[in-house]
Design a protein around this ligand. Structure first.
Ligand SMILES: [Zn+2]
Length: 89
């Protein structure tokens, strides 16, 4: 299994890497995650690896790690995340 770290841009897109492929924006969190992954020398990450590489606790709250089998899910494949909100009516 391989882990990929995703963060969200201001427009709500989840992406892996420093900049959002949809609009080129980056966030404080995406930069931190990207820097930590760079220090690790791999994009195959887990939350504990990222924290060991210096990711701040605050940034760790804004990261989504998805583990997947590369044989069935090529790196860079787009993901769509549907957020579920509690019904507050
Ligand atoms: Zn975006």
């Amino acid at each position: 299994m391989t882990g990929r770290a995703y963060t969200r841009c201001m427009d709500g897109h989840w992406f892996s890497g420093a900049t959002c492929p949809n609009d080129g924006s980056e966030s404080e969190w995406s930069r931190e995650v990207s820097d930590a992954a760079h220090r690790l020398g791999t994009n195959d990450v887990s939350l504990s690896l990222l924290i060991a590489a210096g990711l701040s606790v605050e940034a760790s709250r804004h990261v989504l790690i998805i583990e997947h089998d590369l044989a069935s899910w090529p790196p860079g494949a787009p993901i769509e995340i549907i957020e579920l909100h509690e019904d507050t009516r």
